[in-house]
Design a protein around this ligand. Structure first.
Ligand code: HEC
Length: 159
């Protein structure tokens, strides 16, 4: 019969592997110690996961599924809407790639977030042709904000 200690050990192992899994999914876990920086990176990675799914459907790497695509649209609408809330506090730490000018240009940053939100709303997930024609505008909205307010990962090493 297993001793209670053994159960505790099993419990600990499965709990930490669960944490590892969540960390890998959000891809923001170990890099950030500040709660706010962690949360904004997690939000961005949620968007990336949804966008990756839609891109895979759009390019035919996975079969188009209207229900799954609609779910991703909802996730993206909700996530992009909450970008300003996640960045409102000016918080930085060494691993963050946010450019500090975003807080000096707050109205412009918010406008970029709003455009991304509009493009998420305009995603047409009813058909593959609709998805193919509406997805590029959302991707451009992500890039437009990144090109102004996100440093290239690792650029702080070379500059
Ligand atoms: C309004 C501006 C803005 C918009 C719109 C935006 N991002 Fe970001 N994103 C940022 C900033 C700023 C960072 C850097 C955050 C940091 O490192 O602290 C970032 C970081 C990221 C990261 C890296 C997170 C990490 O783990 O370091 C990913 C992935 C990402 N964004 C995906 C997306 C996707 C996908 C979209 C579009 C659906 C999007 N972003 C739209 C501003 C934006």
């Amino acid at each position: 019969m297993a001793t209670p200690r053994k159960f505790i050990l099993i419990g600990l192992v499965s709990f930490s592997s669960l944490l590892g899994l969540v960390g890998a999914q959000l891809d923001a876990g170990p890099r950030f110690s500040d709660k706010h920086v962690f949360k904004r990176a997690a939000l961005m990675n949620i968007q990336k996961t949804s966008l990756d799914t839609l891109s895979s459907m759009s390019s035919g790497r996975i079969v188009f599924d209207a229900e799954l695509a609609t779910l991703q649209r909802k996730i993206l609408m909700r996530a992009t809407r909450s970008i300003p809330k996640h960045f409102r506090r000016q918080r930085m730490e060494p691993n963050s790639n946010a450019r500090e000018i975003l807080w000096q240009q707050w109205p412009k940053f918010k406008a970029r977030a709003q455009i991304a939100n509009q493009m998420a709303k305009r995603l047409d997930t009813r058909s593959i042709t609709g998805l193919r024609s509406s997805l590029p505008d959302l991707i451009s909205a992500c890039h437009a904000c990144h090109s102004e307010y996100r440093r290239k990962p690792n650029s702080f090493i070379t500059h």
